[in-house]
Design a protein around this ligand. Structure first.
Ligand code: NAP
Length: 221
């Protein structure tokens, strides 16, 4: 595992999942830049995250500035904004690892799997951005609620899918340093499994009246 921590930009870091990832990364000692369509909103969220994490590792910026400042970029916006947000920052992503956490949910029926015609939306984003951006799929099955709870370790595994082996290793290292278990789940096309599982987890949360169900892979340890 690498000893160095990358600077992380979290586009959509003002929201639920992005804040949770920023929070755990800050706790791990990463420098984090929250990216938002409104730089002031990003700065305000960064201040809250620093207060919660007891750190000064988090700052805020506009989307492009955030991506420019980072070595690894996280895309954590709703599915409807996934492609437009990635394309807006595309020049700042060249050669970088992009962790896409997007799930192709179509509200209001979010507990029903409704894949787009192309299948995995993360694989579709890689095809759209080209191989100059090293897209990695992760975190689709980790709830924001679990990430933001400072009193509990996150009790679930993170499926990590990528076509670029080095990019996958960088993300698995990062996930591990954030205190979660990273599982190599194969090529980016396998992200379709993570993306569909999320609706099942949302269904479980409703059915069993729990805030944050997750997954554990057995037989590996
Ligand atoms: N919530 C979870 O537990 C969870 C778990 C796993 C995966 N995910 C996935 O993570 C992604 C983010 O989910 P979330 O629950 O964090 O979403 P969210 O809180 O609704 O939104 C995240 C951020 O995206 C930006 N955004 C919202 N609407 C937008 C639009 N129309 N165009 C551009 N930017 C927009 C906003 O940032 P600014 O307004 O500051 O720009 C917002 O704070 C989704 O793809 C979701 O499926 C979520």
């Amino acid at each position: 595992m690498s000893n160095t921590l990358p600077t992380l930009a979290v586009l959509g870091g003002t929201g639920h999942e992005g804040s949770g990832i920023a929070f755990r990364a800050a706790l791990a000692g990463c420098k984090v830049v929250v990216g938002s369509r409104a730089a002031a909103r990003a700065a305000a969220r960064a201040a809250e995250l620093n207060a919660q994490a007891g750190s000064n590792h988090v700052s805020g910026a506009g989307l492009i500035e955030a991506a420019q400042q980072a070595q690894v970029v996280v895309l954590a916006v709703p599915y409807a904004a996934q492609v437009a947000t990635a394309e807006q920052v595309r020049p700042a992503l060249e050669g970088k690892v992009l962790i896409d956490v997007t799930v192709p949910l179509k509200p209001p029926k979010v507990s029903l799997v409704q894949l787009p015609p192309e299948g995995s939306c993360v694989k579709a984003l890689q095809d759209r951005l080209g191989t100059g951006v090293r897209v990695v799929s992760a975190f689709q099955n980790v709830s924001a609620h679990a990430l933001m709870n400072p009193n509990k370790p996150v009790d679930c595994d993170v499926l990590v899918c990528a076509d670029d082996p080095e990019a996958k290793t960088i993300v698995r290292d990062l996930v591990t340093k954030m205190g979660l278990v990273a599982i190599d789940a194969g090529p980016l096309a396998n992200s379709v499994v993570s993306e569909t599982l999320t609706s099942v987890l949302i269904h479980l949360n409703k059915t069993y009246k729990v805030p944050a169900s997750g997954i554990r892979i057995s037989g590996l340890r």
